[in-house]
Design a protein around this ligand. Sequence first.
Ligand SMILES: *[C@@H]1O[C@H](CO)[C@@H](O)[C@H](O)[C@H]1NC(C)=O
Ligand SMILES: *[C@@H]1O[C@H](CO)[C@@H](O)[C@H](O)[C@H]1NC(C)=O
Ligand SMILES: *[C@@H]1O[C@H](CO)[C@@H](O)[C@H](O)[C@H]1NC(C)=O
Ligand SMILES: *[C@@H]1O[C@H](CO)[C@@H](O)[C@H](O)[C@H]1NC(C)=O
Ligand SMILES: *[C@@H]1O[C@H](CO)[C@@H](O)[C@H](O)[C@H]1NC(C)=O
Ligand SMILES: *[C@@H]1O[C@H](CO)[C@@H](O)[C@H](O)[C@H]1NC(C)=O
Ligand SMILES: *[C@@H]1O[C@H](CO)[C@@H](O)[C@H](O)[C@H]1NC(C)=O
Length: 614
Amino acid sequence: MRRHLIAGLLNWALSFGTVRCVPSGSGIRLGQSHDAVRRSSQTDPVSNITRDFEVASPVQIPSHGVCATQQLMVHSFGSSYGTPFVGAYTPPSCDFNSVVISFTATSSGVQYDRLAMMYLSDTEVWRTSTAEPTRAGIIWTYTKDMSAYLSLWEKPQTIIFELDNIVNNVYTGPFNTTLTATFFTADKPPPKADLILPISSRQGSVGKQSVFNIPADNATVVYTIPDHVTRATVSISANGQINEEFWYTNVFTSQVDTFKDAVGTLVGGGPFREIQLLIDGHLAGVVWPFPVIFTGGVAPGFWRPIVNIQAFDLAESEIDITPFLPLLLDGKPHSFTISVLQLADSKGNGTPTLTEVESFWLATGKIFLFYGTEKTPRPASHALPKITGVDPTISISSSITSFPNGTNSSLTYTTTANRALTISSPYGSWKQTLSYTNTGELTSRGFVQTNTQSTHGTQSAVNTHAPAFNQDLTFDYPITVTTTYEINPKGGIRIDASLSTGLSFRDSGRPDISPYSLVSGPASLNTLQQGTGHYSSVANASYSFGTTEQTFAKTSYGSMYRRDVNAANGTVVQDSLGVPTVGGRPPVLDPVRGAFDGPRGFIGRGPGSPWKGL
Ligand SMILES: *[C@@H]1O[C@H](CO)[C@@H](O)[C@H](O)[C@H]1NC(C)=O
Ligand SMILES: *[C@@H]1O[C@H](CO)[C@@H](O)[C@H](O)[C@H]1NC(C)=O
Ligand SMILES: *[C@@H]1O[C@H](CO)[C@@H](O)[C@H](O)[C@H]1NC(C)=O
Ligand SMILES: *[C@@H]1O[C@H](CO)[C@@H](O)[C@H](O)[C@H]1NC(C)=O
Ligand SMILES: *[C@@H]1O[C@H](CO)[C@@H](O)[C@H](O)[C@H]1NC(C)=O
Ligand SMILES: *[C@@H]1O[C@H](CO)[C@@H](O)[C@H](O)[C@H]1NC(C)=O
Ligand SMILES: *[C@@H]1O[C@H](CO)[C@@H](O)[C@H](O)[C@H]1NC(C)=O
């Protein structure tokens, strides 16, 4: 997976002497989830271990009703490519209706950010990523309500946790992890899906992860759906890696060589992606992905200790497929396919169509089925729902300016996309209205790039036989990112970056827990991160620093959680939660070891070799 900027290179570990193992009470303890989240904002003054965190509403575990706590994993991910942690899970013998997991990881030394996925057998239940270590060490804890997957937790499962890492004499940081689950009885538990079917490659029985790599894999599963289902949804987890990690900054394919002499070939495919769910080849819904930035992304100085929105919990988007139930309840097998699309090349202007993405989207889905009662009517016909708005409206334009000597100096490119998809049948309706714009500008022969993107959507589900599950969701996720880089003729590179990225949604809510809002019932979120990040490497030494300001307000379960927090140069300097304010620190200055072979491996353009997939 290409990482734009590799904090691993920035933090060469001089010694492990000061590294501490996970302190025995740092995992979540009952009733203390709030504290665990609060504590996470501080640098431990004695050990200097950085406590990284994603700003998120704390997950509460009631102090009464706890039935059991199980350790699901204690594992050090060293050279772990293709070798996930595999463990057997047996449900506790006591009664429970809710499950919360807590994951704690430590690392020290040099390492990339890594993507990780947790599965219950064939079903992905959590997609996360790692923070990047410092020489003194880092620790973070993330707590997640897993009650939506109760029907899986009620049965024995294979726990598969994939965190592909490399440890060698350059990349020295393993990720030492613990994962625990707390099982409890909530007084008013939200309703849960009766059956959850994975849209995955279903490799759990051979101890492997089950992610589809699109387009290499045919991301299709075939199921026969039980006939007493009244409501069905699909959630999709998908993100791009390598050339697709920063898809929203990619240029149109026909323009990748605009600055070939100055910065080499750019990454193509254009800046728009659509993930489609197809049932028997018919469009059932779409996802316009959220641009999550991992902790080495753009400039690592942004992401310590505050990580990007969703970096520790990549949200799953939902598609209500209830209108397909008349078709699906015919007792016959039906196929469910996830596909990821990009812009077909249209020479930088016009109205391109969509075509299969060129590379590396990691995707899985889940079908959540809710059963009715014996009295629930069966469909009168097994007809396909009425589907309108299958094709989006997309339009692009671009312009290139050049110097009098013919060398290209700048490229400006714009993409707009809109769609209004409606699917309806006697079982209900599903509507999605989406709009998107992206303006990219490369100036100074490609050394300066800015992309400004906005994605706005509304979606609504009407369920004839389960009207309590009718839902309206509106969301917005704007992002502006600017990167300027310079090559030092004596070797090394300097990067100055700024970004602003936000997520807001307003969800009318449903009784069950949504894998998107992470809660049951109405919810709204407003969060914005803004910052500047700098990276510089000169002969054998590099440093990074930066500032990140985040505002966060989430209303759920009838109350608002608010946190406004600022970090500078690796330390929290202001926090509305009231943790002690400490002064900013000078930049992290560490000797670099390991071959630095140019910016290409960092930001995907410029001289040097592409990132080699470590
Ligand atoms: C991680 O685990 C490895 C192997 O058990 C151990 O050698 C190392 O000291 C641990 N590192 C941290 C930061 O706990
Ligand atoms: C923590 O950092 C401070 C300031 O850089 C330094 O003086 C102190 O020695 C460090 N403590 C440890 C245990 O490394
Ligand atoms: C993908 O798999 C499905 C189900 O096995 C099959 O029907 C379909 O033809 C396959 N598609 C491709 C492109 O191989
Ligand atoms: C200028 O950009 C165009 C379009 O990408 C490209 O075909 C051409 O080769 C570029 N010119 C030079 C001199 O690099
Ligand atoms: C063309 O002119 C620009 C601007 O003066 C300069 O940066 C570039 O190096 C020139 N290219 C060539 C091939 O001389
Ligand atoms: C950089 O490190 C290499 C290998 O350790 C060494 O040979 C070289 O002299 C160093 N360069 C500078 C400018 O310190
Ligand atoms: C972070 O480090 C930079 C570079 O030394 C410095 O200019 C800046 O003032 C520092 N920021 C804080 C808040 O200390």
